[in-house]
Design a protein around this ligand. Structure first.
Ligand code: PLP
Length: 397
């Protein structure tokens, strides 16, 4: 962790949060560069020959993208805007994978023209669209079939995208027909299969099911004569959002190698988002007012669901720490400034009893799906972002 108290003041990657707040209005996101780099390196060490394509939807801040490109990662994009951000950050097209259930023609054209690593087909109905775009340019497109294996993994229902009835991916009964359509189209080349299992997976048992599904589909497609050379496991590796250790890519690697043992060589690809960047970020907010009502202490801050949507969207629980730590602590409900009853950042948060307007709070583990989901509700400006840090000062915790 690159977030810790230095002499009772919260520091991120060696910089005190109040010093950052002197130069930047709240709410703002601060990201630790060393944290991002360490995580990128850990993922690459676990899968040295795989394509690790950062899911740009998790964080689109250009300095973070440049740092990840410099670490040799690839990138997963789902829109033309994400495509342009990725290319501007230095990701070469052969390390860009294109996902999405409603890819625009403009995105398909850019991806095909530049030679993206793979366009992951989300539907049988997408095949003729990619064929037409490739034919118009006289190009061949590398495509993968995003299979929806109908898995029931343990995560929030809103994060389940590979379950029966989901609108993502090709359902099992259509997969062979899609492979056949790809084989018959001279404009397409089958790069492999894609199996994004959903987000925020913590249980090893869930990954067992994902790996077993991948093994089954490689076998079925190969025995039907379709040469699958790559399995893209998507993203999904979760973090605990607490002090408990996160699942590690090295353990996932062991599980995958065991689960795929005996299959003819396969290239692996991954699209981690959350695991790479969530721990690197804090959202810094300022207390506007403290209200005592209904037997509760409501701490109203200047950034809520507009700056960090996850608590309102998924009931996500983020730790909130005071930037200046002091005793005693008392429970508080931390609420945002927006006119919605769901604009509650967290309940039962232990915060200093004398917390007052002007104090700073840090919302932890917000480097993924934080700023990237921020919005302008109630005509508030988007939160600023900054990347900090090279080295750590000694900790006093
Ligand atoms: C296709 C795809 N790949 C990768 C990801 C990243 O998932 P995560 O941030 O959980 O690693 C997502 C997230 O929704 C996704 O839809």
């Amino acid at each position: 962790m690159t977030l810790r108290y230095c002499h009772h003041t919260l520091c991120i990657a060696g910089r005190s949060v109040p010093s950052l707040a002197e130069k930047q209005d709240t709410p703002f996101y601060a990201y630790s560069l060393p944290s991002v780099q360490e995580r990128a390196r850990a993922f690459r060490r676990a899968f040295p020959n795989a394509l690790i394509a950062f899911a740009l939807k998790a964080n689109r801040y250009p300095p973070i993208l440049r740092a990840l490109a410099a670490e040799g990662l690839g990138v997963d994009v789902v829109s033309l805007g994400e495509w342009h951000l990725a290319r501007a950050a230095g990701f070469p097209p052969e390390r860009v994978v294109v996902n999405g259930n409603a890819k625009s023609d403009a995105l398909l054209q850019e991806a095909i023209a530049a030679g993206a690593q793979s366009i992951n087909l989300d539907a049988a109905e997408e095949v003729p669209r990619v064929v037409a775009a490739a034919r118009a340019m006289g190009k061949t497109a590398a495509v993968a079939i995003r299979i929806n294996p109908g898995l029931d993994v343990h995560t929030h229902p809103h994060l389940q995208v590979a379950a029966q009835g989901s609108h993502f991916g090709v359902p099992p009964e259509q997969v062979l027909a899609v492979a056949q359509a790809i084989a018959e189209a001279p404009e397409l080349r089958l790069a492999g299969i894609h199996l994004h299992p959903g987000s925020q997976l913590l249980a090893a048992a869930d990954w067992e099911a994902v790996v077993a599904a991948a093994r089954e589909w490689v076998g079925r497609l190969r025995s039907a004569g379709f040469p699958v050379q790559q399995v893209n496991f998507g993203g999904g590796l979760g973090i605990t959002y607490t002090n408990a250790p996160d699942p590690q890519p090295a353990a996932l690697a062991e599980q995958i190698h065991r689960g795929l043992a005996g299959l003819a060589p396969l290239r692996l690809a991954f699209e981690p988002g959350r695991w790479l960047v969530a721990r690197a970020g804090v959202l810094v907010v300022r207390v506007v007012q403290v209200k005592h009502a209904w037997g509760q202490r409501f701490v109203a801050v200047d950034g809520g669901m507009n700056a960090l949507l996850r608590p309102a969207l998924y009931g996500a629980r983020h730790r909130i720490w005071p930037v200046r730590r002091r005793e005693p602590a008392r429970p508080a409900t931390v609420v945002g400034p927006n006119c919605e009853s769901t604009d509650v950042l967290a309940r039962d948060v232990p915060l200093p009893a004398d917390l007052a307007a002007g104090d700073l709070l840090a919302v932890l583990d917000t480097g993924a799906y934080g700023a990237s989901m921020a919005n302008a509700y109630n005509a508030r400006p988007l939160p600023a972002e900054m990347l900090v840090g090279e080295s750590l000062p000694p900790a006093d915790v």
